[in-house]
Structures are given as C-alpha cells and as structure tokens.
Design a protein around this ligand. Structure first.
Ligand code: HAX
Length: 434
C-alpha cells in the first residue's frame, strides 16, 4: 500500500470539500438552543464542537467512526493468535476513516516501532522528579521534555505555509504516539521496580510491546493491553482531555503542548484519575469490611457512608452516558472470559449490583450506572499491575490515539482558534430583567 502519510494526504481534499459544500448549503441551520442553566452547568448538552473520530450516544455509548466496541472486536485486525483488536487498528480507523487491512496495521506497528526512540534528556528530566511524584506528574513532565523534538515548532518558526501545517503535525503525532509507551514504561519501572528498565521488542505490536516494557510478558496481559488501549482511545470531543487537546491545539500549540495540557485534565479525579480512585476506594472498603467478598448489605452501608462523607462513588456516573458504559461491559466480558472466579471481580460485580440503586435514591444523579473506570483496575490488579497510582498513565497513553488523530484533522482542515463567549451574572440579570 502507499505510504501512510500520502494516504492521509489523499483524504484531505475530499473531506475539506465535503465540509465546504455542507457549510454553503446548511451553514445557517440552527442546531440547538442554550439556556442560562447550561451556562452555569458546565455547558452540559450544548452541541458546540466538531470531532470526527468518534461520537458518544447517551443511550448506546461510544462509536468510533460509526463502529461500536463489539464491532471493533469483530472487524479490527488482531495479534497472531489473539482475539482482541490492535489499538493500531482503531487509530487507523479514526485517522483515515476506513477499516484497516492486516497489512496496514502491521505497517503502523512498524512505523511506531521505528519512531519510538526517546532522547536521553527526557529520562533525565523525569529523573529530576522525586520518585514519589505522582506518575501523571512524571508523564506530563516527560511529554513536555519530548517537545524539543517538535517538527511543528521548528516549521512554524521557519515560516511554514498554513496549508502545510498538517504535515509537521502528522510527524509530531506519529512520533509522540510511538514514544508514549516508552515514557510511560520508564516511569513505571523507575517508580515501582528500582529503575530496572526493559528494552523494547520492536517485533511486537504497540500494545504488546508496551506490556513487555512494563514487565508483563504473558499473552493474556498483552491482550488486555490491546483491548484497554483500544477502548480508552477516544470519547467524542467534549470530555475534559479531548476538549483540552483540541482547544490548546487551536492556538497552534504543537502536539506535545496540546497533549500535555489534556493529560493534566485527564489527571483530575472526576475524569481519568477515577480509575485509580475506584480501586483505592474498593480496596479500602474491602479492608474495612474484613476482607474477602463482603455481603451486599455491607457494601451498601459502605456506599452510604462514602456519600454521607460528601464524596462521590468513583467509577459511577457520567456527564453524557445514561446507561452502563459499553467500555465497562467490554472489560466485564474480558473478566468473565479470563478470570471468572477472581474474588476482586466478584467484588466489582457486587458493587455493580448495589451502587446504582443507592445513587438513584439520591434523586439528583443523572446516570447511576458504571463508567469505564469502574472495571479497569480489577483487570490490571489480576495480572499483578497493582500500583494503581499508575493507572491514569495507561489511560493517557490510550487517549493519545483519538485526540491526536483529531489534532491532525484540525490542522488539515484549518480549524480556527477556539474562542467561545462568556458573560457575567450581572449582565445576564440585566439582560433578562432579573
Ligand atoms: N457519586 C455521588 N454523587 C454523584 C455521582 C457519584 N458517582 N455522580 C454524580 N453525582 C452527583 C454529582 O456530584 C452532582 O451532585 P451536586 O448536585 O451535589 O453537585 C449530582 O449528582 C448531579 O450530577 P450529574 O449531573 O449526574 O453528573 P455530572 O455530569 O455533573 O458529573 C461525573 C459527571 C462523572 C463527574 C460524576 O458522575 C462523578 O463525579 N462520578 C464519579 C467520578 C467518576 O467516576 N468519574 C469518571 C467519569 C468517566 C470519565 O471521565 N472517565 O475518565
């Protein structure tokens, strides 16, 4: 097949023309109304962004370029002998808007392996942080240290024509995605394994090699990494990390700056950090309730205690979804297949049986169902990746796939700087006679 970059280039013209024609015929069409409550309510429900890579339906969950997670599991290439989709495949689908062949996915694996070397100063910068710095702090620091390699930064300085912005952005994105597992594995081994690092194996796929560099070499864990990195990759455009990457990128900040900014958003406990909070909360509950598999009644009492203390139940609720997250379901199916008798899986399942009814009782929670973060920790714990402060870094590595594919498209389509309006309570009151 033709070179991956040329293949992308061939997609730009038709996509740009389609949007131009659409705007010419429908640019004045009204897509919704905004009320004052939404201005104070985190802009919930306001349709305000174009993100081509995926779309979240409140009732159905995520579709990547039109495909659900079970469809990805059926249609995307797998590792030899494996069953889970390779994350290279979902990236290809999101960037090129077409299902990849096995060959295309292999080409992407090779391309990322080739680009994966990280400059020596990156590990030195990370090493300057204390080992107990949170892994997300180390991760963002590592990404910013990688920025010395930005081709967009250099090209802009040298006066690149705006129609070519996508070209160095493409290079930055491919390099960054290729290098993130190296940075993440470095942080993991530095923080939890006495700085004993593991050389990459370029014969492996991106997710398999990441598992290998983390120090987990059984094939089942590699399969977990592949599905994990696939399902966490994108969640349409309005979530904190995705939106931040698009917003910062809209100022023509390069891929490194934009992605680092988004990762600081992912590190918030209401967003990606929820995956570590879930397991921390679950283990604390298990300990307080005397270990083993607590009864439903005991779990319910603990849930109520958490709520009474003015805390959220991590892993439950969502700003858009109104049903069990299909990313939760995909992980539950992985557990049913590979570890049906795990005690921790039993506990996660029991929590699922208890929490929604208690949240519903509060009368204010719009979605009492579990989200992606309610399950991921249990799977990682099962294979021995027990250092849960690291979990959000895994999420971050995955989130690069969708958000950075989008960033290439933002540059290719010449998306403008984002600048919504704001107002004050005083002005609103005057305007609406309050
Ligand atoms: N436990 C307790 N209370 C909850 C709750 C939960 N799991 N989910 C929502 N609520 C509360 C809200 O805190 C809010 O209370 P106040 O009015 O007192 O402020 C009320 O219910 C209404 O909230 P909502 O409209 O249902 O939810 P939001 O859109 O405002 O927030 C959140 C969505 C995901 C932030 C929320 O459900 C939450 O805090 N969940 C727990 C944290 C979590 O799991 N986050 C990860 C989400 C998925 C993700 O981004 N992964 O990366």
């Amino acid at each position: 097949m033709e070179n991956l970059k040329e293949h992308f280039a061939s997609k730009i013209g038709p996509a740009a023309q389609e949007i131009k024609d659409f705007l010419a015929s429908h640019g004045d069409q009204v897509v919704g109304e905004v009320n004052i409550g939404q201005l104070y309510g985190g802009m919930r429900g306001i349709l305000a962004l174009i993100t081509e890579t995926s779309k979240l339906d409140p009732a159905e969950g995520i579709r990547f370029r039109g495909y659900t997670i079970p469809e990805l599991q059926e249609k995307l290439p797998t590792a030899p002998g494996g069953e889970e989709p390779l994350p290279e495949g979902v990236f290809y689908l999101m960037l090129y808007n077409e299902l990849p062949s096995n060959e295309a996915v292999k080409a992407l694996s090779r391309e990322w392996a080739k680009r994966s070397e990280i400059p020596a100063h990156v590990t030195k910068v990370i090493d300057a942080l204390p080992k107990d710095a949170h892994p997300m702090t180390q991760f963002v620091t590592g990404i910013m240290a990688l920025r010395t390699e930005s081709e967009f930064q250099t090209a802009y300085h040298d006066g690149i024509n705006k129609k070519d912005y996508w070209k160095p952005t493409y290079e930055d994105v491919m390099n960054l995605i290729a290098r993130l597992p190296r940075v993440a594995a470095y942080i993991y081994r530095r923080t939890y394994h006495n700085d004993v690092h593991i050389a990459p194996d370029p014969s492996l796929d991106w997710g398999g090699n990441f598992a290998h560099m983390l120090g987990f070499n059984n094939e089942e864990f590699r399969e977990l990494m592949r599905i994990y990195l696939t399902i966490h990759s994108d969640h349409e455009g309005g979530n904190v990390s995705g939106h931040t990457i698009h917003l910062v990128g809209s100022a023509l900040s390069d891929a490194y700056q934009s992605f680092a900014a988004g990762m600081n958003g992912l590190a918030g406990p209401l967003h990606g950090l929820a995956n570590q909070e879930v397991i921390r909360w679950t283990l604390a509950m298990r300990e307080e309730l005397g270990g083993g598999l607590p009864s439903k009644e005991a779990i319910e009492a603990y849930v109520r205690k958490t709520l009474d203390e003015g805390k959220v139940i991590p892993g439950f609720g969502h700003a858009v979804l109104r049903k069990t997250d299909p990313r939760y379901t995909a992980q539950r199916e992985f557990a049913l297949k590979h570890m049906p008798d795990s005690e921790l899986f039993g506990l996660v399942s029991r929590i699922y049986e208890v929490v929604p009814a208690v949240l519903q009782e509060l009368g204010k929670v719009k979605n009492p169902w579990p989200n992606v973060d309610a399950h991921s920790g249990q799977l990682l714990m099962h294979y021995g990746l027990t250092e849960y402060d690291f979990y959000t870094v895994l999420f971050g590595v995955s989130r690069s796939l969708g958000t950075l594919a989008s960033l290439i498209w933002d540059r290719a389509l010449g998306m403008p700087i984002e600048r919504p309006g704001s107002t004050t309570t005083q002005l609103l009151k005057e305007q609406y006679g309050a």
